[in-house]
Design a protein around this ligand. Structure first.
Ligand code: ARG
Length: 458
């Protein structure tokens, strides 16, 4: 069989070597990016008079035909198509004859594959950013609806202090904003065209990498040809950014999974995103969220995959790098879908404010407010902490709430009169509004935050 590279070979590539090395199954998804890169490369070759204008025109119109074949699903891949670059060039020669063989002048698959991957990420990452913005907006809507709803905030998954549900949602808005910033920052480095680096040293032809970069929408051109073909930092960065995003989504999924359990019952997940059990008729399982959490493992594995792929490679291109795509593509797909899906789940989840406020009665979550009250009255905080801990211990032993402790006991333990009134009058809304500090759960602060986010996101 005739491969792009088989001129010096006398023996056929072993069937096993062939199926082991061919990457077409994975990189055919880069087809349209490969073709747009090739069209601009052919235009540059013509402009620079590296190939005759007549051939340049033929090549461009042949490539456009191939583009249509790919888009309409009519392109037929053949057994000798080693990768997407080979497939497109093979078809080009079939369509326009030997002039097609001029397309690869002053180019190598080594700079070509980096170009394709970068073009692909320049499309996918902004889509992921858009999906994140949509999710943030959904969270903002839910935050605005729930300004009066409170629930226990947890630390160590133990009831900690009362918090507004809105504040909870806004916490995820903050995380997602960092994710977007990280992705946008990574895009600035993706935005550097590698085309013109050729195999690894540049070329004897007078190519114009600036022209190619500009036409393809890149902001800058590579500096060093060896770096350009061997750089996969942009993939390492992308999977890291998406890995952090997925960790956030996975934690959000985990919160909702727990909250949907009848044991907690804070939310009722939308039926469209739950499944049942084949044996237990009562079940309404949060499988979709569980799979977001589960697939985060694949993404974390992919981060380890690309890092270990790169760490021992000598300069410059090595075939190992072909494997980066399986890690990258899977990571992008999981991240995009998970972001979209969790947005739809949040949008449709029913909150149960009654269960949330009932839960506030468990675990003495107003204790810190009482300690802070004493501290405001001049009791050293450490002592105040001790006093309230004793009150909690006594209440727990008696099986009552703090406000139901008798006045005598409170006075005995605290040695303070004012505290009685404070404890008796304390409720969860009050506790929340005692939080006046920056970024806290006090309604005023939360409303300020909400307003800020609405400005940022609109
Ligand atoms: N398919 C390769 C990759 O994805 C690109 C081809 C480079 N091959 C080569 N033998 N230099 O990295």
């Amino acid at each position: 069989m005739n491969y792009l590279w088989s001129g010096r070979f006398r023996k056929e590539l072993h069937e096993l070597a062939k199926s082991f090395t061919f990457s077409i199954d994975i990189d055919k998804s880069l087809a349209l990016f490969d073709i747009s890169g090739s069209i601009v490369h052919a235009m540059m070759l013509t402009r620079q008079k590296i190939i005759p204008e007549r051939d340049g025109k033929k090549i461009v119109s042949g490539l456009k035909k191939i583009e249509n074949e790919i888009k309409s699903g009519k392109f037929v891949f053949k057994t000798e198509d080693e990768d997407i670059h080979t497939a497109v060039e093979r078809r080009l020669v079939e369509l326009i004859g030997p002039a097609g063989g001029k397309l690869h002048t002053a180019r190598s698959r080594n700079d070509q594959i980096v170009l394709d991957e970068k073009l692909c990420l320049k499309q996918i990452l902004p889509d992921i950013v858009t999906a994140i913005t949509f999710l943030q907006k959904t969270l903002i809507v839910r935050a605005e609806e729930n300004l009066k709803i409170f629930l226990p905030a947890f630390t160590h998954f133990q009831p900690a202090q009362p918090v507004l549900l809105s504040h909870y949602f806004l916490a995820y808005v903050c995380m997602l904003e960092r994710d977007k910033k990280r992705i946008k920052e990574a895009l600035t480095r993706i935005n550097i065209s590698p085309l013109g680096a050729c195999a690894c040293t540049g070329t004897s032809f007078s190519v114009d990498p600036e022209y190619v970069a500009k036409k393809l929408g890149f902001e800058d051109v590579f500096n060093n040809s060896m770096d350009a073909v061997s750089d996969r930092d942009f993939i390492l960065e992308t999977v890291c950014c998406l890995g952090i995003l997925m960790v956030h989504l996975s934690r959000m999924a985990e919160d909702l999974i727990l909250w949907h359990s009848p044991l907690i019952g804070f939310v009722d997940l939308p039926e469209e995103f739950c499944t049942g059990s084949s044996i237990m008729p009562q079940k309404k399982n949060p499988d979709v969220l569980e799979l977001i959490r589960g697939r985060t493992s694949a993404v974390i594995g992919n981060i380890a995959g690309v890092f270990s792929l790169m760490k021992g490679l000598p300069l410059s291109y090595n075939r190992d790098m072909q494997e980066d795509k399986r890690f990258l593509f899977e990571t992008c797909e999981i991240s995009y879908l998970s972001t979209v899906i969790i947005g739809k789940i949040i949008e449709k989840t029913r909150m149960d404010p009654r269960r949330m406020s009932e839960a506030c009665k468990l675990g003495y979550i107003e204790a810190t407010d009482i300690a802070e009250f004493l501290a405001r009255k001049g009791v050293p905080f450490r002592k105040a902490h001790h006093i309230v801990a004793e009150l909690v211990g006594t209440a727990a032993k008696k099986g009552v709430l703090l406000k139901d402790l008798d006045e005598k006991t409170i006075k005995e333990i605290s040695g303070n009169n004012d505290i009685i009134e404070f404890i008796k009058k304390l409720n969860f809304e009050k506790s929340i509004n005692l939080k006046v500090s920056h970024g806290g759960t006090g309604v005023k602060e939360v409303k300020r935050e909400l307003k800020k986010w609405k400005n940022i996101l609109n």
